[in-house]
Design a protein around this ligand. Structure first.
Ligand SMILES: Cc1cc2nc3c(=O)[nH]c(=O)nc-3n(C[C@H](O)[C@H](O)[C@H](O)COP(=O)(O)OP(=O)(O)OC[C@H]3O[C@@H](n4cnc5c(N)ncnc54)[C@H](O)[C@@H]3O)c2cc1C
Length: 530
């Protein structure tokens, strides 16, 4: 019998466990928990390694995972998840969490640490405005944002984006800009006032990436390995905190458990699951159940508990577009082999696109595989390869997130065979918004045009939310109170993105973590009162 059981060990589960542990409450964590297998890790620069070694195992893999997106017979997946070293992140996702997507591609993880093993670690505070519609105030999250900043080690600085990114206290210095990102930044600084008058702001990102050594983890070495290697010491992942808590005996971690549902016996909550290692059904008993399996799987556990095959829950995600940016003057230059391969800068359109706040990340393209660009090039195979060689050194990519409500809401339901159905319509971000973004790119010295904009499938924002929203006064089986407690289910708490009633255009994981800790704090108070 446990006081508290947490289901799932992604950002939400680990952040709540961390808050329990720091208050001396030892929790049990149930998780499927796949981990990276045979280590194919390298410890030098990606390009230096490639020049001396056969990098087939690192980039392509014995199952040709690295070329996955070149095969038109299956759905594309986000580039980073194709890397052989990242395959554990989505291991058996289709088998353990079958989803029938109509116009929606769900990305799920059953790994220890969840999807964040592959993330870009963009960690952004919400503003008071962005919490509009949430039954809580920014002041309730701020202490947890601060605590997480100390735990994780976040880089960034006080600059033109501070109005949206909030306090810069305790940040490490920003990463060194790549050559192309520096060109773009210079263009912004030269015409900064004009941009700002148009509602366009550019600045450094807030990333869970170390630029200074911290707690035994080494700072970013600009090795360009970000796409290829999990467990890089300078990229924070929740698995790091989890491993530390396990090593310090602060939590009871139970991997290989797929939770399916719960039932009540008097005051106890009895959790049902399957031990995947021993292939048998298991039960666990607790007073407080904390659901953190990611919004898709948390919704599934709730629907399975209620044996509800009728209800359609709303599922939010940020619509997302990728704008390739080309700097013609850089074409044919040598590729910059020692840059940071993920987010370099952020752009915010502050009520400048359909009166909404829209956020973009300028990404370096020196780290992903050339295969990722191959299919988008217009020539025959051999000429495409040459073109990529000359174009890549002149390119950046702009990934733009839009608020979830700029497209219609998706619907999630459970079928009687255990499959989830997620349905989206084919509504797209409209042309005017795209034109506005392309105009900004051109003003920033880059080149882009509508035909090369990549429309990601719905579901590729990977900021899933809104299935079990928090309300001031919840009603119905699928709403939570302001502390994530599920309506009609005392002591069952939801701490992942499921509880977000809306989704602004900003990477949401930092707020998921802070909110999970806030809810853990509430449960700790309840435990102490009893
Ligand atoms: C390539 C990539 C880049 C990203 N970049 C960013 C970024 O820069 N910033 C950002 O904010 N977000 C980013 N994201 C999104 C972010 O990683 C996820 O939204 C976030 O990690 C979700 O965390 P979670 O805890 O809700 O769930 P998950 O990460 O999905 O974790 C779910 C956990 O629950 C467990 N689990 C699931 N079902 C069960 C079950 N039935 N029984 C037991 N255990 C279960 C799993 O094993 C896992 O431990 C990125 C994602 C990807 C893939």
């Amino acid at each position: 019998m446990f006081d508290v059981i947490i289901v799932g060990c992604g950002v939400a589960g680990v952040a709540s466990a961390y808050e329990f542990a720091s208050n001396g409450v030892r929790v049990c964590l149930l998780d499927v928990g796949y981990q990276s297998g045979e280590e194919k890790n390298i410890e030098e620069n990606f390009y230096a390694y490639g020049a001396q070694n056969d990098s087939f195992g690192l980039t392509i893999g014995c199952n040709f995972e690295g070329l996955y997106n070149l095969d038109a017979s299956h759905k594309p997946i986000p580039a980073k998840l194709c890397a052989p070293n990242m395959d554990f992140v989505i291991q058996k996702a289709g088998e353990l969490g079958p989803v029938r997507g109509k116009n929606f591609s769900a990305v799920q993880s059953f790994a220890k640490g969840g999807l964040a093993n592959a993330w870009g670690a963009g960690l952004y505070r919400y503003t008071e405005n962005e919490l509009d519609g949430f039954p809580l105030q920014l002041a309730e999250l701020n202490p947890y944002y601060d605590k997480l900043t100390g735990l994780i080690g976040i880089c960034g600085q006080e600059d033109d984006l501070a109005f949206s990114f909030g306090s810069a206290a305790d940040l490490q210095r920003p990463l060194r800009l790549s050559r192309n990102a520096a060109i773009l930044h210079r263009h912004y600084q030269r015409k900064r006032e004009k941009f700002n008058r148009q509602g366009v702001f550019v600045g450094r990102p807030r990333l869970g990436i170390l630029t200074e050594d911290k707690d035994g983890r080494a700072a970013c070495d600009y090795s360009n390995l970000e796409f290829w290697q999990a467990n890089l010491p300078y990229i924070y992942t929740p698995a790091m905190t989890l491993d530390q808590m396990i090593a310090d005996s602060q939590v009871d971690y139970r991997p290989n458990i797929l939770v399916t549902a719960w039932r009540r016996e008097k005051d106890d909550i009895v959790i049902h699951g399957k031990d995947l290692a021993e292939n048998r059904m298991v039960e666990f008993r607790c007073k407080y159940l904390v659901l953190a399996a990611g919004p898709i799987n948390t919704a599934k556990i709730v629907l399975q508990t209620k044996r509800d095959f009728q209800s359609r829950l709303s599922l939010l995600d940020n619509p997302c577009l990728i704008f390739p940016i080309i700097f013609p003057s850089q074409t044919g230059r040598a590729l910059e082999t020692d840059s940071f391969g993920l987010t370099q800068l952020n752009i915010i359109w502050d009520r400048a696109i359909q009166d909404r706040i829209v956020q973009g990340s300028i990404l370096e393209v020196t780290s992903p595989a050339r295969a990722e660009f191959f299919a988008s090039m217009p020539l025959a195979a051999r000429d495409n390869l040459r073109l990529i060689k000359y174009m890549l050194p002149a390119m950046l990519a702009l990934q733009v997130f839009f608020p979830a409500d700029m497209c219609s809401v998706n619907a999630l339901s459970l079928c009687s065979d255990g499959t989830l159905e997620i349905e989206a319509d084919d509504e797209r971000i409209d042309k005017q918004a795209i034109s506005k973004i392309i105009r900004t790119v051109r003003q920033l010295g880059g080149w882009c045009f509508p035909r090369i904009v990549v429309h990601n499938p719905k579901g590729y924002g990977i900021h899933y939310a809104g299935t079990l929203p928090m309300r001031s006064i919840p009603s119905g089986n699928y709403e939570c109170n302001p502390y994530g407690e599920l309506f009609g289910e005392p002591n069952v708490f939801v701490v992942d993105g499921s509880v977000f009633p809306r989704l602004p255009a900003k990477n949401y994981s930092f707020t998921v973590m802070a909110n999970a800790m806030r809810i853990a704090g509430y449960i700790i108070d309840k435990i102490r009162m009893n």
